[in-house]
Design a protein around this ligand. Structure first.
Ligand code: PGA
Length: 250
């Protein structure tokens, strides 16, 4: 049985004290959440605090990125090992904002996936097309190419520890959400693509999250689809009430 997961990507939001307060608010509301894995990805300055506050709770901690390098003279970078040592067990990789603003390529993301797995971090690997690509009907081709590039050299055993997030770039932070039909057809396509390379057991157990303006008012219809196993939530994850309402939308 694959896991239902709701992960909050806080992006570059909250100060240390605001963030710690938000974590405490979320913890207070988790009792209502039954069969859903909750993950929060606060900014790096909060990773360790989040790790401490959430120990003995249902919440797991994720980084929003990590370096492709193990250690050394890489000013400003944070390694997978550092994240793990601070209390994270997941890391978001290949987010479209990293691709667009920091020019991350599928090859670089591939290196980051490998180093995360070596450090026992579960990568939440993002894929998704921009608006032009969807309008030109290239979205399946784009996502297929991203998957091939990002997972090059990743084996079936590794895949037991990987989560994929489909995030159509035109839906991120725009208020425009993919329709349940658009989400389902892409999630099914992603699962079939993984099945072709890794077999049906791996594909069936893979959690594929939807991201892009997911909120309490649309989560239910998105999560009702057979291949949508939860969400990667940006804006709405900054409200404890909304985040928990989304987690209760299965
Ligand atoms: P959004 O962001 O929910 O604010 O659209 C989702 C994401 O970028 O992960």
């Amino acid at each position: 049985m694959r896991k239902q997961i709701v992960a909050g990507n806080w992006k570059m939001n909250t100060t240390f004290s605001d963030g710690a307060e938000l974590i405490k608010q979320i913890i207070l509301k988790t009792d209502s959440v039954k069969n859903t894995q909750l993950i929060i990805a606060p900014p790096f300055i909060l990773t360790s605090e989040a790790g401490k506050l959430t120990s003995n709770t249902k919440i797991e901690v994720s980084g929003q990125n990590c370096s492709n390098q193990a250690k050394g003279a890489f000013t400003g970078e944070v390694s997978a090992e550092m994240l793990k040592s601070a209390g994270a067990n997941h890391v978001i990789l290949g987010h479209s904002e990293r691709r667009a603003y920091y020019l991350e390529t599928n090859g670089l993301i591939n290196e980051k996936i490998k180093i995360s797995l070596e450090n026992n971090l579960t990568p939440i690997v993002c894929c998704g097309e921009v608006l032009d690509e969807r309008e030109n009907n290239e979205h399946f081709e784009v996502v297929s190419k991203q998957i091939k590039g990002m997972f090059y050299g990743i084996n079936a055993e590794d895949f037991k520890n990987i989560i994929i997030a489909y995030e159509p770039v035109w839906a991120i932070g725009t208020g425009k959400t993919a329709t349940p039909i658009q989400a389902q057809e892409m999630h099914k396509f992603i699962r079939e693509t993984i099945m072709n390379s890794y077999g049906s057991e791996i594909a069936e157990n893979l959690s594929i999250l939807y991201g892009g303006s997911c909120k309490p008012s649309n989560a239910k219809e998105l999560f009702a689809n057979p291949d949508v196993d939860g969400g990667l939530i940006g804006g709405a994850s900054l409200s404890a009430d909304d985040f928990i309402a989304i987690a209760n939308s299965f």
